[in-house]
Design a protein around this ligand. Sequence first.
Ligand SMILES: [Zn+2]
Length: 309
Amino acid sequence: MRIIVVSKRHGNTRSINLGGWARAVLSVCLVGIPVGLAAVAYKFISDRDNELLDTHSREAWVQTLDQQEQNIDTARRETEKKLAALTLRVSELQARLVRLDALGERLTTMAKLDNGEFDFSSPPAVGGPEAQSAPNEVESPSLIDMLDTLAAQIDDRQQQLDTLEALLANRKLQNDVFLAGRPIRKGWMSSRYGRRTDPFTGGADWHQGVDFAAKEDSDIVAVASGVVTWADDRYQYGKMIEINHGNGFVTRYGHCKSLLVKPGDIVKKGQTIGLVGSTGRSTGPHVHFEVHKNGRVVDPASYIHRASR
Ligand SMILES: [Zn+2]
């Protein structure tokens, strides 16, 4: 390559012959400088773009943060609401447990159950601790499930206890109508049930009841609770009281001096229903006591002697 340099002042010309290396250096200068400038310009522009992007993202971040703060506020309010609801629920459950404890204690007393079977004096393990830790774990969704389970368990328990109470009440009632003991407070058995010599004729006789000799005007008592179905004169019985105890059981108390109840009266076990006398076919103050089971007269001995529960 040859480069010709012309001088303005002198009009002289000089030619310079460039070798391979010089050509290479010149080429680099001619091509490299614009490329470098372009690169610098590009970098400048892209820096500005980055700056613009940064501005945009900053605004976006501020918005996002605002949104998040709002979300946190909403969440907090909802959590507070949930907490209030849960606190209410826990206190409801606690109140129900207190009631159940009271019921359980009553049943334990009624049923005379061993403490090992039911211990209502201490809080039930199923509810206490979980319920108390509830407010601290309010955001755990399983807490609500747990409380629901607890409530279901309490429902279950309450149902069981209600059933048990009904059963026990029924049993208590059955104990009350349970025939047991003697129809007098003081006295002795003067004549048994069954075959005997007739005290009036001296002939063979079948005694349908048991006689209890007792002091005149002493108490005649009901051997079980029931409804008075007769309280009046009844032929050979004299003044007689009949009580229907249900379950097919009827008792009769004969030869009374006076009657203290009237038909339709509800009497309790052990209640005084009349006074000992000698009315009707009788040789002296005593109570003629009969037990009827399903319409047939039976020997009262087994009822008299069985333990009064
Ligand atoms: Zn008799």
